[in-house]
Design a protein. Structure first.
Length: 534
């Protein structure tokens, strides 16, 4: 079971990995193996260094709190210096996480680095550089486990979260302090860092040789004209085809199949038409499925899964399989069972064990006839096409293209982030619906630069002619819809007035129902909402 010591070790690993990519300054918190070795220097010289460390604290997120932690660390050293015990107090690994904020301030060379310490540093850097995706996923699961246990202890656990992940939280033991909240944030930031790493590093499986290394090294070779490619087009691969067939058809040279492989991030075996299936361990719940830790041959299933992986859900009773994308992976401590969160609607409860529900997955960095392949091209990009229609909508219907692309917002108007800490995009029908909701939920004049945007303000006008108010609402809705190229017209609009003494209805209101036809197709979006007058 993961502990706080384990979690902080992982936090140090993530911090060091990111610094190795950015060449940022490495500090003692990044190399915790040095701490126990440096007790004699801290015992004898800390009092001469503490003023300098106070200076480092000025650049911390919260200088005052950091200085308080420096004071506690100074007190700890003073007590240990006076004790008669010959034990090294820094050999207690808990010292690392108790004073983590201090270790973050201290550069490695705050004391001279001897040969033994340099060997430790070099060994640790080599180890971190060799981390694979599976290791990062395991680290993330350990940190999440410790975070959840911490939330239980301080009484800020979430019942909905526990229900989804089938957790039984322990009883609250103490009230949450500011320090507890800061620790929880540290855990969360570390998981976000891992999400960033998993999302942005394509060749993280360093246990195998990169088959494209030679090709990348010779990228300036005229026979491999990657520098000439400025665009590309998506084509659907037919069943039974291979990359050589695509290269012959679209690049007029079967030997250019490797260029297609590189353009799509493919690796051997490049094409996986069959895939493999993993049976669900229990009934699906919401947008989550539960899988066994290993397959029939004893191989870890978690090594077959990764963030943003496309999977296919099937069962004996569902005629049309669901194609989803993995947005998060959680490994249950001890049992090793895997909870996979998928994108899309929370309607996967239809997949049950009794119906032999399973998920089909394909080998990493492969393609098959169910997906599109990017064919590189040296043709210039059409500026208008590039501006208005992103590549992932090129194969969509006209009404999907017309709906445009925006940031996805939740019901409170907050930006939604993906599991990889990137912003979620709203496009197609989803964006058409979101845009209507935003227009009708915004009061006209609320946006100073766009005073005409939004629904006319009527609150507080209950004594004005109701017919006039209804007509003003109708005109305002029509104006907002007709002046947006995403929509063709208002297909149907009904504005009903309610004024009742029924205590279940708070005051006077209008119930508005409408159907909006999208441009470029026959799709109609139904919307209903209430506007309170009082």
């Amino acid at each position: 079971m993961a502990t706080a010591i384990t979690a902080y070790q992982h936090i140090a690993d993530v911090s060091l990995w990111l610094k190795l990519q950015s060449s940022d300054t490495i500090v003692m918190a990044d190399i915790p193996d040095l701490i126990a070795l440096r007790w004699p220097q801290f015992r004898d010289k800390w009092s001469f260094l503490v003023d300098r460390v106070y200076g480092y604290a000025e650049d911390a997120d919260n200088p005052d709190q950091t200085k308080e932690k420096i004071d506690k660390f100074t007190e700890f050293i003073a007590i240990q210096r006076l004790t008669s015990s010959q034990l090294n107090p820094f050999s207690d690994k808990a010292v690392f996480y108790r004073y983590y904020d201090v270790w973050k301030l201290l550069p490695l060379d705050i004391f001279p680095i001897n040969n033994n310490e340099q060997d430790i540093i070099n060994t640790r850097i080599a180890k971190i550089r060799a981390y694979t995706k599976s290791q990062f996923l395991s680290m993330k699961n350990d940190i999440r486990s410790v975070r959840d246990e911490k939330a239980d202890v301080v009484g800020i656990s979430d019942n909905s979260y526990n229900s989804v992940y089938n957790r039984s939280s322990v009883a609250e033991q103490t009230e949450a302090s500011i320090s507890d909240v800061q620790t929880m944030k540290l855990y969360q930031d570390a998981m976000s860092g891992i999400n960033f790493i998993l999302a942005n590093i394509r060749s993280l499986d360093t246990v195998s040789i990169d088959p494209f290394a030679l090709l990348k090294a010779n990228a300036n070779n005229p026979d491999i004209p990657f520098e000439l490619y400025s665009s590309g087009r998506l084509v659907k691969m037919n069943y039974g085809e291979d990359l050589k067939t695509l290269a012959q058809r679209y690049l007029n040279d079967a030997d250019k199949w490797m260029e297609i492989a590189v353009a799509n991030g493919l690796r051997p075996p490049y094409i996986d038409e069959v895939g493999s299936t993993i049976d669900l361990l229990s009934n699906a719940n919401g947008n989550k499925i539960n899988l066994d830790a290993t397959d029939a041959d004893g191989n870890p299933n978690i090594e077959k899964l990764y963030i943003d992986q496309i999977v296919i859900l099937r069962s004996d009773t569902e005629v049309n399989p669901d194609q989803r994308k993995i947005v998060d992976i959680y490994e249950v401590p001890v049992s090793g069972e895997i909870i996979v969160e998928l994108n899309g609607d929370d309607d996967l409860s239809k997949y049950t064990v009794t119906d032999h529900a399973n998920v089909r997955i394909y080998k990493r960095n492969t393609i098959n006839s169910g997906f599109y392949v990017l064919i590189p091209s040296n043709d210039p990009i059409n500026p208008e096409t590039y501006k208005d229609i992103p590549w992932f909508l090129q194969a969509s219907a006209a009404d999907e293209k017309q709906a445009k692309v925006d940031l996805m917002l939740d019901e409170n108007g907050d930006i939604i982030f993906t599991a990889t800490s990137d912003v979620q995009l709203s496009y197609g029908l989803d964006n058409a619906i979101q845009a209507i909701k935003l227009k009708l939920a915004t009061e006209s004049g609320e946006l100073s630069r766009h005073p005409e945007y939004g629904l006319i303000a009527i609150q507080g006008n209950k004594n004005i002619d109701i017919t006039a108010i209804r007509q003003a609402i109708i005109e305002s809705i029509n104006f907002n819809i007709e002046n947006d190229t995403r929509y063709d017209r208002v297909e149907r609009l009904n504005v009903e007035y309610f004024n009742t003494s029924d205590s279940r209805i708070p005051g006077t209101m209008f119930l508005i129902t409408l159907e909006v036809k999208l441009s470029g197709g026959s799709a109609v979006v139904p919307i209903s909402f209430v506007v309170n007058v009082t």
